[in-house]
Design a protein around this ligand. Structure first.
Ligand code: SF4
Ligand code: SF4
Length: 109
């Protein structure tokens, strides 16, 4: 079962969403999902700790938002097809996705 996140940890996630940037003290690069290999099973989404909440199922694709991903990498252990890779050259998330994330965060509050 997923461990419950502390209110402080969840508030740090909310802060990252508001700032649209990664935590400055994260040393590991984020992860990315190779969509051509992914079978959209959502195991990674369920496995990502709530304080990070970095995985989103967009319907056709499951994606990791690099600004929310600590690179921990709990999701990698859950993926049945090993399609979650280190993403050293990650690109910033676009505004449309941030708007989606903000709506998701509001509905969960
Ligand atoms: S590496 Fe960790 S924080 Fe990033 S998506 Fe996977 S489980 Fe979530
Ligand atoms: S666990 Fe792997 S196969 Fe399943 S949705 Fe995540 S990345 Fe895709």
């Amino acid at each position: 079962m997923k461990k419950l996140a502390s209110p402080a940890a969840l508030s740090e996630r909310a802060d990252r969403i508001a700032r649209r940037s990664r935590a400055g003290n994260w040393k590991k690069p984020p992860r990315r999902i190779e969509t051509s290999e992914c079978i959209t099973c959502d195991s990674c989404l369920r496995g990502c700790p709530a304080e990070f909440g970095a995985v989103f199922d967009l319907g056709l694709d499951v994606v990791i938002v690099p600004e929310l991903c600590s690179g921990c990498p709990a999701c990698v252990l859950e993926c049945p097809v090993d399609c979650i890779y280190v993403d050293e050259d990650w690109s910033p998330t676009d505004d449309a996705m941030w708007n989606h994330i903000e709506l998701t965060a509001e509905s969960a509050a």
